[in-house]
Write a protein that binds this ligand. Structure first.
Ligand SMILES: *[C@@H]1O[C@H](CO)[C@@H](O)[C@H](O)[C@H]1NC(C)=O
Ligand SMILES: *[C@@H]1O[C@H](CO)[C@@H](O)[C@H](O)[C@H]1NC(C)=O
Ligand SMILES: *[C@@H]1O[C@H](CO)[C@@H](O)[C@H](O)[C@H]1NC(C)=O
Length: 275
């Protein structure tokens, strides 16, 4: 049964939903705000990626069978925005080495697996127990950092759901998640970061993170480029003094709160070291 048939038969209520739904049955859905011009897929894990028809209005409308869920979500939308406090923050740095064509940007999503934790049903970064409160560190004020700084604004969670409600938008470009900035280890180049002791091509996310929301200090991440998820990876462990035994199995990267985490795009090779 298609989504529209479901709509017609059940006459279910419409509501606005922030970015990426989950917990929906696998299949193709469409965005009612764009009169179904925009389609999106939900995979067998209930994960979806949605581009709203208008980036200034980061919502899509679709139906659900549950009126309770709908009411909760509507309440989320109307809430006043309050950035989360970080109860036990540690500086956490994530690098992903990726050679991307000019003009492409790398974002990360992550947190804790929905199957491993309760309280992740509302697919809103602020309410989901699977998202991790973060605060971006200042990395630079040069024009080189302008795009990254715009996207970092209002990005207060590492989460699975994409653009946050109050997250900055650069030139009508919607951030696909937590933005990374392309760094180098050369002091004479724009994009220099003292955390980068490696070389060119390292995309960096440097944040204060609430470690109490992680799984024994660990959390998952996956990159997203041009709206597409990075391929699945397998990492039995990571090198470095912070690599170790993972809390559970995942096809994403494992990273550690309070450490410097270095990954390769699309590969299980990684290192986790103290900062
Ligand atoms: C993180 O912890 C540091 C050191 O305790 C503190 O100065 C800083 O304000 C905290 N950051 C946030 C966002 O709470
Ligand atoms: C950028 O400017 C802000 C505000 O003036 C300052 O707090 C921050 O330290 C600067 N960041 C860098 C990396 O220079
Ligand atoms: C930057 O990294 C490259 C590659 O590892 C290395 O050859 C070079 O010496 C480093 N440069 C600096 C300034 O650290």
């Amino acid at each position: 049964m298609s989504f529209l048939q479901t709509l017609a038969i059940r006459n279910t209520i419409l509501f606005l939903f922030h970015c990426v739904p989950s917990g929906l049955p696998a299949g193709q859905y469409c965005d009612l705000i764009s009169d179904c011009a925009k389609k999106f897929n939900v995979d067998s894990n209930g994960m979806a990626d949605i581009s709203p028809h208008d980036g200034h209005e980061p919502f899509v409308a679709f139906t659900t069978k549950s009126k309770n869920v709908a009411r909760s979500i509507a309440a989320v939308h109307l809430d006043e925005y309050v950035p989360p406090s970080l109860s036990d923050n540690k500086t956490t740095v994530i690098f992903i080495k990726a050679e991307l064509p000019d003009g492409q940007d790398l974002f990360i999503r992550g947190g804790i697996d929905h199957a491993r934790r309760q309280g992740c049903d509302l697919m809103d970064a602020r309410l989901s127990g699977c998202s991790l409160p973060i605060r971006h560190l200042a990395v630079g004020n040069d024009t080189y950092f302008q795009k990254f700084n715009t996207w970092s604004k209002g990005d207060n969670y590492l989460d699975w759901y994409g653009t946050e409600l109050h997250q900055g938008e650069y030139n009508h470009q919607r951030p696909y998640g937590t933005p990374a900035v392309l760094t180098t280890n050369r002091t004479d180049e724009p994009g220099y970061s003292p955390y980068n002791t490696f070389g060119h091509g390292y995309w960096m996310v440097a944040v204060e993170m609430d470690c109490t929301r992680t799984q024994n200090g660990y959390f998952e991440i996956k990159a997203m480029v041009n709206g597409a998820w990075e391929t699945d990876v397998s990492s039995p462990t990571c090198s470095g003094n912070g690599g170790g035994a993972w809390p559970y199995n995942t096809n994403n990267h494992w990273a550690r709160c309070g450490y410097k985490n270095v990954f390769q795009y699309g590969s299980g090779t990684c290192s986790i070291t103290t900062l």
